[in-house]
Design a protein. Sequence first.
Length: 97
Amino acid sequence: AKEKQFLYQKYEGRCAFPECMKLPEIFHHTRRFSLNPSHDPDFVVPLCKEHERLAHLGLIENEERPPAEWRLKMEREKVGAKYRIDQNVLSMYRPRS
């Protein structure tokens, strides 16, 4: 709870993605929690739903750096542990039939 309050204040109650003014809905681990089980506030950011999806689509360049250094990618890398984790996360958002 302390970490969330700290991050909410640090990003002034907004999504951490540069120039986004939306309210955050998700506290996102820029270093995937299953690979680095830590809630280190240097690697957790509040994101709106849209930017959190972009993160799990692998479309944020420099994601483990401070958000001021983030840029959108045109293509994602489709290899590695982070990609597999992101695919699992995204599968939870897809409607089930």
